[in-house]
Each structure stands twice: as structure tokens, then as C-alpha cells.
Design a protein around this ligand. Structure first.
Ligand SMILES: C[S@@+](CC[C@H](N)C(=O)[O-])C[C@H]1O[C@@H](n2cnc3c(N)ncnc32)[C@H](O)[C@@H]1O
Length: 316
């Protein structure tokens, strides 16, 4: 068996940095150097370089020092939408209440690692009830990844109801003590067509800005809207096609546009700050952070996505 230090240094080109991570202060490192860990490793005393952790977000967050993260840009799995085929994944919960409670519990742990003036950008999608239809029509575009079953209709909702999931989550987080500061409409000019004939085609998602305290770091000048005006709450950003990356197909079905992650990071972090994505997926937030001179921490449950991120982060 490999020791935690050996495991940590597997994907780090500079093992001296790994061994001394407890005592060194954060310094600018070449972009391809990061610590690779699992949830079985020892907690980190102080963050000095980017870190990628494989495991459940609830456990992985215990490894991070308190008050070490400036901002979080994340998109958890949406409820009942996609099967990532990994044990303990969130999103496959049979009940909506369990899904919401699971995210609120993870955010309780985020509170400890966020700085007092820290923030969270939370992108979460909505869904319709299935009307107790328990099967899912095959997804021709993404056959392997759509969930094969659908959960029962939550109490109080009717067949075909829009669940209002982002707002249910926002209210739950507000009740748990988070400040809800903004609702961004991420408008998608290239949204997929839908075959529905009794409602408009959905072409947006919601991104919430939450803060740990009433006052927080926010650079109002970092990103301007059209004509140099203050940024508005409607952001038009096309979804990005899954593309070839150095000859390798990006193997993740739900990638956030890089532009969206970059914009959030510019507003609520400074160069050198540590930023976090507890559901890192293909590493969009981490790559955006790397490109903007921020340090990063990524957490992801599925080992195959950890491999994908290692490849992407080391080849930029
Ligand atoms: C919507 S995707 C994030 C995509 C990411 N924003 C990107 O641009 O690539 C959500 C991710 O959360 C991961 N995940 C699911 N349950 C998790 C858990 N309990 N802890 C950590 N990650 C989890 C999934 O494997 C998936 O990669």
C-alpha cells in the first residue's frame, strides 16, 4: 500500500513541495503542480498550493483548514437528472427533501472553510415532476448518462409541475443562516430545442450568490456589463460543446462554461486567493482559477473525473 505522502505526490511533479506543505506559505507555483489526495489522508494544516481531493464532499471538506477559502464556484448534481454511476453520489436521492438536506449539510461544512468575507456562487438547475411515471424515456443524445428511473412526485406537487428546485434550495440555505445576495439568470442563447408544445422552451439556469456574513469581498469593478454599466443580473453565456482536449474527448456530461466560472471568480476573489469547487466534475472552476492566477481546491467523488481533471490541469 502507498503511504499518504506517496499517494499525494503521485500527480505532483515536485515532491519536495508536497512534503513541506505544512510549513510553507502559499507562493505562486507553476500551474501544473498540485497536491492530489483522498479522504483517507491527514487533514491539511495550511493551504500552500492547489489541492485535488477524491471523495465525498462531506468528508473531503474536513481535510481543509478553517477560514482558508475566499470563494466557491460550484454546480452540484441536479436532482434526478443524471446518473454519474458512482456510489454515494448526490442527486439520485429518492426524495427531494433528502437531496436538499444533503446539500445544506455540505454547505454547513463549507461555512467552516470559508473566510469571514467569503462567498458562494451556486449554479443549480430546475426539473419537472414526472407525474409518478417511474421510467424515463431514453435520452437519444446522452443514452448512457440519463437516469433510468424517476423519483415519485414530491408531496404537494402535481404531475408536470415545475419544481422550483433552485428556490427551494435557496430558501433552505437562507434558513440555515446563509445570506442570499443575488439571483443571476444564466441565459443560454444556444439552448437545446425541446419537443414540448404546452410551455416555452427552457433556455436558462439560475446562479445564486450567497455569503457567509452580511459584508463580504465583492469587486464591483471587476466585471462590467454592456456599455461599461454595472453588471446586471441577466448573463447571456452560451453553453460550451463537449470538445476534443489534446486529442482526448472531455469525458464529462455536465460542464459549466469557462466564461461563467471566470466571471464569478473575478468578482469575488483576488489573485493568489484560494477558491473551491466541492463538486469539481471536469475541473472548469479549477482551470478558470489557474488561468486567473488564483489558487484552487477541487473535490470530486468519481475517480474517472479526477483522472480527467489531472489530465486537463497538467496540460494547460
Ligand atoms: C454538475 S457536475 C459538476 C460539473 C463542473 N461544474 C464542470 O464544469 O465540470 C457535478 C459533479 O459532482 C460529482 N459528485 C456527485 N456526488 C458527489 C459527492 N457526494 N461529493 C463530491 N462530488 C460529487 C459528480 O460526479 C459530478 O462530476
Amino acid at each position: 500500500m502507498t503511504s499518504p505522502i506517496e499517494q499525494r505526490s503521485m500527480f505532483n511533479n515536485d515532491s519536495a513541495n508536497v512534503r513541506s506543505h505544512r510549513v510553507r506559505r502559499a507562493t505562486a507555483l507553476p500551474s501544473n503542480r498540485f497536491l492530489s489526495m483522498t479522504v483517507n489522508d491527514e487533514p491539511i494544516d495550511s493551504l500552500v498550493q492547489p489541492v485535488l481531493i477524491q471523495g465525498h464532499a462531506l468528508d473531503a471538506l474536513n481535510l481543509l483548514p478553517e477560514n482558508s477559502i475566499q470563494t466557491v464556484v460550484t454546480s452540484p448534481p441536479y436532482w434526478s437528472l443524471r446518473d454519474y454511476a458512482v456510489k454515494e453520489q448526490i442527486g439520485c436521492d429518492e426524495s427531494l427533501a433528502d437531496y436538499l438536506a444533503g446539500i445544506v449539510k455540505t454547505f454547513d461544512k463549507l461555512r467552516r472553510v470559508l473566510k469571514a468575507d467569503g462567498t458562494i456562487w451556486l449554479n443549480v438547475g430546475d426539473a419537472y415532476t414526472s407525474g409518478n411515471r417511474r421510467y424515463r424515456a431514453p435520452d437519444k443524445k446522452n443514452r448512457a448518462r440519463a437516469m433510468s428511473t424517476r423519483p415519485v412526485t414530491p408531496d404537494g406537487l402535481k404531475p408536470k409541475d415545475l419544481i422550483g428546485l433552485p428556490w427551494r434550495l435557496a430558501f433552505a440555505l437562507q434558513d440555515a443562516g446563509w445570506w442570499l445576495r443575488s439571483e443571476i439568470i444564466w441565459s443560454k442563447p444556444n439552448a437545446h430545442p425541446e419537443s414540448v408544445r404546452d410551455r416555452p422552451t427552457k433556455a436558462h439556469e439560475i446562479v445564486f450568490l450567497l455569503s457567509k456574513n452580511q459584508d463580504y469581498y465583492y469587486d464591483v469593478k471587476a466585471v462590467r456589463g454592456p456599455n461599461g454599466r454595472r453588471l446586471r443580473t441577466t448573463w447571456e453565456i452560451p453553453t460550451e460543446p463537449r470538445k476534443q482536449n489534446n486529442g482526448i474527448v472531455d469525458g464529462h456530461p455536465a460542464v459549466m462554461p469557462a466564461v461563467l466560472a471566470q466571471r464569478c471568480l473575478r468578482i469575488t476573489s483576488r489573485p493568489g486567493d484560494f477558491v473551491l469547487d466541492p463538486y469539481a466534475g471536469s475541473g472548469t472552476t479549477l482551470l478558470a482559477a489557474q488561468g486567473l492566477g488564483r489558487q484552487w481546491v477541487g473535490i470530486e467523488l468519481k475517480p474517472a473525473f479526477i483522472d480527467l481533471m489531472q489530465h486537463r490541469l497538467m496540460n494547460r
